[in-house]
Design a protein around this ligand. Sequence first.
Ligand code: HEC
Length: 184
Amino acid sequence: MSRWSWFVVGMVIGVVALVAGGYGFVRAGGVSMETTARPLPFERQVAHLALRASIGNAAAVKDPLALDDDNMLAGAQIYKTHCAVCHGLPGQPPSVISQGMFPPPPQLLQPNAMVTDDPEGVTYWKVTHGIRLSGMPGFGRTLSETQRWQVTMFVGHADELAPAVKDELAREPARPAPAGSTPQ
Ligand code: HEC
């Protein structure tokens, strides 16, 4: 065999050994699926790299709705119904559900965790498509485009809520709604 053929054989053996080794590692329990397990080496970096690549240039997409109290109020209602169970409400501790999740859902209405620095196009992308394997649902098939922009507007301006919007958040306890229902 030529030197090249040996090289190719070596490469194939190397790749097979890598795949077999990876399989064996996962099979032996090397990758814990428990939510309380420590993150894997580079798990966060790989997830962020994949997320950034998926989001692409969504940051350039702008909210077509007017920033006004009506849209913010509608956004607050959607948030309470569909998001608060994971992302929390002002001044309240994270829900039992969110405390059991990995990755933990960011508490979007706590002063130190607001997403106001994410471009609105990116938030809209996440609300529409969700984030695979994280628990963040995609709402592209269940909320209308207008509703997704309203809730995007709401989380983007969560640090400057008008009194009426704050009252709305405080009014009723949040509860999940069946698919297709409109928030009341
Ligand atoms: C079942 C739980 C759950 C629900 C319900 C949920 N999310 Fe999430 N969300 C998550 C998790 C978990 C993450 C973190 C994903 C990650 O770290 O990659 C997340 C991430 C996000 C992010 C990105 C935050 C950041 O700092 O990057 C935004 C924005 C967001 N969610 C908005 C919403 C909105 C708006 C709704 C309601 C329409 C909603 N989510 C409903 C679990 C949830």
